[in-house]
Design a protein around this ligand. Structure first.
Ligand SMILES: *[C@@H]1O[C@H](CO)[C@@H](O)[C@H](O)[C@H]1NC(C)=O
Ligand SMILES: *[C@@H]1O[C@H](CO)[C@@H](O)[C@H](O)[C@H]1NC(C)=O
Ligand SMILES: *[C@@H]1O[C@H](CO)[C@@H](O)[C@H](O)[C@H]1NC(C)=O
Ligand SMILES: *[C@@H]1O[C@H](CO)[C@@H](O)[C@H](O)[C@H]1NC(C)=O
Ligand SMILES: *[C@@H]1O[C@H](CO)[C@@H](O)[C@H](O)[C@H]1NC(C)=O
Length: 376
């Protein structure tokens, strides 16, 4: 009895210590301010889209992301963010003391402090490249190279000369990703095996590497390149690859082979970043460790205020062991939202809640800040 109590207590103390270690300065709500970023530019997919997909085409406008309950917690209306509220990029902007990034597709928006080119559903590889691999894209053709073309057009409109742009972008933060997750999602949900999908990882990583080269050539100095999540912990994958074989799950009930696949992608991405650092010694290129940020949150969920019982259930969803069904997803008629989204990790089975993104971005900012070399 006493031993158990002691163990529980030391566990609580341990997680408290971890929490304090990771939040050395809980009163500092703008930790990125020391970098003096004037702008933030974002490329990516639904993890960071703040409203491009829903403005891009009628197909995008007809997605669930354009309607409540998306956005209900923070905005009280849908903004095109794939969550109930803020995304990690919003927390990055807040931490830098800058306004939220406007979506590039909002023609009336003010881009003084940067722009968001991310499009939900987009891929690292082009539609044509994916078609050549018998993978079809679902909601958008605005892959990474299309977003880079928009970025180029935008910079042409704000800079008079190339030198001018280099000068202007010196104090900008560039986020290249997360991107590539959908290339894999589409492949896996269109029936490809993990082994087949592993074969496209080098192409995806090459596309991200090329994107980093392009932004540095536009004038970027500080570039964050995020990796993929442990996808084997997400309700969509837990549902689609559900099995009675208990050996397929790790101790946190995540699907081992899918998390392993994310590690496979992330390892190649980190390798590419090392190569880029050698290629561009005067740029600061930093890996964004979404995998470990999520894992940190997931393992300490009870101490962080999340409801453990539903840690692997979609808050907005219905059906099955994970409150998720591809046939009846969040936003479809009659799909309920859980009573307390602030205690949920997964929002719709695919994307996380604002509460989860907030914790993840806190972890990430703490991890990234020293590597950005802002004080030198
Ligand atoms: C855009 O925002 C900046 C800074 O927030 C502000 O100074 C500027 O006046 C705004 N431009 C317009 C056209 O509203
Ligand atoms: C292409 O993918 C579809 C499933 O989306 C599959 O039925 C078909 O056999 C594949 N074709 C080839 C040539 O691999
Ligand atoms: C697991 O086993 C149960 C009972 O034997 C069966 O009904 C169910 O379909 C199985 N599920 C999967 C995913 O194989
Ligand atoms: C994990 O991936 C490696 C290749 O990166 C593979 O050799 C290994 O069998 C995989 N393990 C599981 C459990 O999927
Ligand atoms: C799961 O779905 C039900 C409705 O089917 C909903 O009422 C409930 O709040 C959801 N649970 C969680 C934990 O998200």
């Amino acid at each position: 009895m006493a031993a158990t109590t002691r163990r529980v207590l030391s566990l609580v103390l341990l997680s408290l210590t971890f929490f304090l270690l990771l939040h050395p300065c809980p009163t500092d709500s703008n930790p990125l301010k020391i970098c003096n970023f004037d702008e933030i530019y974002q490329l990516g997919d639904s993890i960071s889209d703040t409203g491009n997909l829903i403005r891009e085409t009628p197909i995008g406008a007809a997605t669930a992301f354009a309607k409540l309950p998306y956005g209900e917690t923070y905005f009280n209306k849908a903004t095109g963010r794939c969550s109930n509220g803020l995304l990690m990029i919003d927390y990055f902007a807040l931490a830098a003391g800058l306004p939220f990034l406007n979506p590039y597709k909002n023609n009336d928006a003010n881009f003084t402090h940067g722009a968001n080119f991310a499009v939900a559903g987009s891929t690292a590889l082009s539609v044509e490249d994916l078609a050549g691999k018998n993978i079809s894209t679902v909601v958008t053709g605005s892959s990474l190279s299309v977003q880079l073309d928009w970025m180029f057009t935008h910079f042409n409109s704000i800079c008079h000369t190339e030198r001018d742009c280099i000068e202007k972008l010196r104090n900008s933060l560039f986020m290249v990703g997360e991107i590539g997750g959908n290339d894999y999602n589409y492949a896996l949900f269109q029936g490809k095996t993990i082994e087949e999908v592993q074969n496209i990882v080098p192409d995806v990583v090459r596309a991200i590497k090329e994107a980093v080269r392009r932004v540095i050539n536009y004038g970027a100095v500080r570039v964050v390149v995020p990796g993929n999540f442990p996808i084997g912990c997400m309700p969509i994958y837990l549902t689609a690859f559900q099995t009675n074989n208990s050996a397929a799950y790790d101790e946190y009930h995540c699907l081992k082979h899918l998390n392993n696949f994310s590690i496979y992608h992330n390892d190649q991405l980190k390798q590419a970043i090392e190569e880029l650092k050698r290629e561009y010694p005067s740029a600061v290129i930093v890996y964004g460790d979404y995998y470990n940020a999520f894992e940190w949150l997931f393992r300490r969920a009870p101490h962080l205020g999340f409801d453990v019982e539903s840690a692997q259930k979609a808050c907005c969803g219905t059906g099955g062991d994970y409150n998720f069904s591809l046939a009846k997803m969040c936003g479809a008629p009659g799909v309920p939202v859980c009573p307390n989204p602030n205690q949920a990790i997964s929002w719709d089975g695919v994307h996380l809640t604002e509460a989860a993104y907030k914790i993840m971005s806190g972890w990430l900012i703490h991890d990234i800040l020293p590597k950005l070399q802002c004080s030198v």
